[in-house]
Design a protein around this ligand. Structure first.
Ligand SMILES: [Zn+2]
Length: 248
């Protein structure tokens, strides 16, 4: 993983406009891991993908992550703060192998082989129906085969308890796939678990950063007649010095 250039981030944020949250997460990751294709990154287990996004965030914008969420009881805006290091991903983390590992689960007379859910598995998933149907469809997409004794077992015959057991194994094997944070409202003392979409959060942060960058480009281009490419090629500190001269 490398630190994306300003130009890479501008590109990722522009392409992410109007894209799905999953696509935005992958566009940002691709800016940091250009040696992997978009499709390869889409096959990373979701927890691994999220951990890499947090490592990217730590490298570009620091370890301390602060967001806000509305309190579901009183509506007050509550700050959510956590540290990138809580996810146990070093800043030298890399996408390394994007080959899906296989796992096995024995459950009563059943033996299931499966891989972990990835970004590609989420495509169109919410069309499966209610939460229960979505969960079952996700398991179906990730299961390689299920056998009962020596006989292959089609998905229509999988008992619900087996599907639930596989879904539970997903969580144990890839704990950062669904990130929830414990939040406490200082106004009304309500406590709850808040889902945290790291891709969307990061996209919001980088999009704000690239908006500021575009403002700077406009100011420097108008003042000195430089092209966007010339301005982006300046080291950040030099760009800042020119901006300060304009203000002074
Ligand atoms: Zn509250």
């Amino acid at each position: 993983m490398r630190i994306p250039s300003d130009s890479d981030l501008l590109d990722a944020c522009e392409r992410g406009r109007g894209a799905t949250p999953v696509a935005r997460a992958l566009l940002l990751l691709r800016a940091a891991c250009p040696e992997h294709s978009y499709d390869e990154l889409a096959r990373l287990p979701l927890g691994r993908r999220n951990a890499l996004l947090i490592a990217l965030r730590a490298r570009c914008l620091g370890d301390a992550i602060v967001g806000v969420a509305p309190c579901p009881r009183c509506g007050a805006t509550v700050e959510i703060a956590f540290d990138a290091a809580d996810f146990g991903v070093g800043s030298d983390a890399d996408a390394d192998s994007t080959e899906a590992a296989e796992y096995e689960l024995r459950f009563g007379p059943y033996r299931a082989r499966f891989r972990l859910p990835n970004s590609a598995d989420l495509r169109g998933l919410d069309e499966a129906g209610d939460a229960l149907a979505i969960g079952r469809e996700l398991v179906r997409r990730c299961v390689l085969d299920v056998r009962r004794g020596s006989a292959a077992c089609a998905d229509a015959q999988w008992p619900t308890a087996l599907v639930e057991a596989i879904a539970e194994r997903f969580g144990e094997l890839d704990p950062h796939a669904d990130i929830t944070l414990a939040v406490h409202c200082a106004d009304c003392a309500h406590a709850w678990q808040q889902a945290f979409d790291v891709g969307e959060f990061l996209y919001g942060e980088f999009a704000a950063r690239t908006r500021r960058l575009l403002d700077e480009i406009v100011r420097l281009a108008s003042a000195f007649g430089w092209t966007e490419g010339e301005i982006l090629a300046l080291p950040a500190a030099r760009r800042q010095s020119y901006l300060e001269r304009l203000e002074g």
